[in-house]
Write a protein that binds this ligand. Structure first.
Ligand code: ADP
Ligand code: TRP
Length: 319
């Protein structure tokens, strides 16, 4: 069983990314074969500054390594280090009906959020299909927003197989229902597009300030409070043990426990988990040569995995 995940280096990773995507990937590391790649080609649909893209790509690698990606269990690579994905995307493009892409919600949503209507953004799902099919992935863990892209991937694999013979496996999306939507500072879904994120590794002062600014209702210290749906409690639950979370819930219900207390507890729980990650990240960041070696080794192994698939594909299409 081969699992593949891609993450766009389109900004700093935040708590929502950690609990919504990274952590479940780390939990899978001991099962089957795992591939994780940094989708820097995809990020070019939004990032137009070369230096920023390069830095953000490195930052994603550092964040994953610091938080628990083990390169002996998970193959990590940069998408651009496997240029064959662009080649495969072209072959798939030639079989992609315009209508299939026109129906993609994500394209329409992005236009609604003010992104430029470029060909790259429109063709994004074809490149994503190439990422997945080139690695013969069986399972692709994604958020709900990416479900349709997996359907496009399966559709394109089927079209390719119908035209040229059985080359591609049809991958399955894996959408963990257990992963909750992590709330941001304002109570909406935490997302960099909403500017309500707490980044994994922003400086501690800024994290403290943000935690203290999490929006709550205006109940006074003595009043009993409902923990469920309260962002501080929902975030605390992610970092705390079940026993600690139950204790906070009881304190809220009993009254005499204020949001300030809970925010302090949240900050401490974040630090308990992330202080060691932060230390590891700082050490890794000081040694760019080692990071580059890790990425080069990933690139070599990823290209090796793609080579036999591309060989079959090129022969099939008539090259
Ligand atoms: P953003 O919304 O900040 O742009 P992305 O769409 O790049 O984040 O998300 C990357 C991954 O992190 C996806 O798998 C997504 O499902 C997950 N993720 C992002 N924000 C959240 C959140 N608030 N709750 C749960 N998962 C999230
Ligand atoms: N589109 C995905 C996202 O925005 C990132 C991505 C690109 C991806 N290629 C992929 C995810 C292949 C899984 C498999 O989150």
């Amino acid at each position: 069983m081969r699992t593949l995940t891609g993450i766009q280096p389109s900004g700093k990773l935040h708590w929502g990314n950690y609990f919504g995507a990274m952590k479940s990937m780390f939990d899978l590391q001991d099962k089957g074969e795992n591939f994780m790649f940094i989708a820097n080609f995809h990020a070019m649909t939004t990032v137009r500054d070369g230096a920023a893209l390069r830095e953000q790509t490195r930052d994603v690698a550092l964040d994953y390594l610091a938080c628990g990606l083990d390169t002996s269990k998970t193959l990590m690579y940069r998408q651009s280090d496997v240029p064959e994905v662009q080649e495969l995307a072209w072959y798939l493009s030639c079989l992609t009906p315009m209508g299939l892409l026109e129906r993609c919600h994500s394209y329409k949503d992005k236009l609604a959020h003010g992104l430029d209507a470029t060909h790259g953004l429109f063709a994004y799902p074809v490149l994503m299909a190439a990422d997945i099919l080139i690695m013969n992935a069986d399972m692709v863990p994604v958020g709900k927003d990416q479900k349709q892209h997996l359907e496009v991937t399966r559709d394109l694999a089927q079209k390719f197989n119908n035209a040229y013979g059985e080359i591609f496996k049809l991958p399955d999306a894996y959408i963990p229902e257990t992963v909750a939507t992590i709330p941001g500072l304002d109570g909406q879904k935490m997302s960099k597009s909403y500017r309500n994120t707490i980044e994994l590794f922003e400086d501690l002062k800024s994290i403290k300030k943000k935690v203290m600014s999490i929006v709550t209702d205006s109940k006074g210290l003595d009043e009993p409070k409902v923990p469920e749906g309260n962002s501080i409690y929902e975030l605390y639950k992610l970092f705390a043990t079940p026993g600690e979370a139950a204790e906070m819930a009881d304190s809220f219900r009993r009254g005499g426990y204020g949001y300030g207390h809970a925010k302090k507890a949240l900050l401490e729980a974040y630090r308990r988990l992330f202080d060691p990650f932060r230390e590891k990240r700082e050490a890794l960041a000081k040694d760019p040569a080692t990071l580059e070696d890790i990425l080069r080794d990933g690139a070599r192994r990823a290209r090796e995995a793609a080579a036999p698939v591309m060989e079959k594909v090129r022969i099939a299409v008539g090259l």
